[in-house]
Design a protein around this ligand. Structure first.
Ligand code: ADP
Ligand code: MG
Length: 211
């Protein structure tokens, strides 16, 4: 059996959230990636769908989140609105014991006005689709200058959907001193190239891959 989360040096508020959610043992990809992520390394993680990737990058981000600071500290890019909602829910659940952590979804196909007012009220974490995040950056309605954790979830799908230019444009707005995490079900050549552009000596970890 895989080791338990209690073996990781996670803040107590995250350990309690994990046990309340009923998560006790790490999945293979969590076991491989979390020690590297918690050490602050850039990580490219490849593992099949359903292997628990969301929990891995969410824990790494929340471990160093400062609730008292109201600026955006985590940016998670995802390919679709459905996934944005799902990821935001999981982050909120894990963050419950940390206090009032504000997680916003910023996706295309929705009116931009309400997103602008939500952003004006401040957020700790933004989960969004690349096109709309880019649009806010160009308009000056999204401040990513203090992001410490940048995640690309379902990176292979985002590339397939043609989001590469948007991702490149977004990266320009992020501080160079940050942790970058890339999660993908597959590891094609273009993912490798993308990681070389955005990440600092990334560590490649593999869980169970698609057969
Ligand atoms: P992926 O992004 O790799 O496709 P998800 O992060 O969506 O997978 O996780 C798939 C499911 O597994 C979710 O319902 C999640 O809550 C659950 N899960 C994640 N980690 C664990 C764990 N360590 N123990 C039990 N269930 C877990
Ligand atoms: Mg996923």
């Amino acid at each position: 059996m895989n080791p338990q989360f209690t073996q990781l040096t996670l803040r107590a508020e995250l350990q309690s959230a994990l046990s309340k959610a009923g998560f006790s043992r790490m999945t293979p990809i969590q076991l491989q990636s979390l020690p590297e992520l918690l050490a602050g390394k850039d990580v490219v993680a490849q593992a099949k769908t359903g292997s628990g990737k969301t929990l891995a990058f969410s824990l790494a981000m929340l471990q160093s989140l400062v609730v008292q600071a109201s600026h955006i500290q985590g940016l998670i890019l995802v390919p679709t609105r459905e996934l944005a909602n799902q990821v935001a829910e999981e982050v909120r659940k894990l963050a419950k014991d940390l206090g009032n952590v504000k997680v916003l979804t910023i996706c295309g196909g929705e009116p931009i006005g309400p997103q602008i007012s939500s952003l004006e009220h401040g957020a700790h974490v933004v989960v969004g689709t690349p096109g709309r995040v880019e649009e806010h950056l160009f308009k000056g309605t999204l401040d990513l200058t203090q992001v410490s954790h940048f995640t690309l979830d379902e990176a292979d799908q985002m590339l397939e959907m043609g989001f590469v230019d948007a991702i490149e444009n977004i990266a320009v707005y992020l501080p160079p001193a940050r942790q970058t995490m890339m999660f993908s079900a597959t590891y094609p050549k273009d993912i490798e190239q993308l990681s070389a552009r955005f990440m600092q000596s990334p560590i490649l970890v593999k869980g169970e891959t698609e057969t």
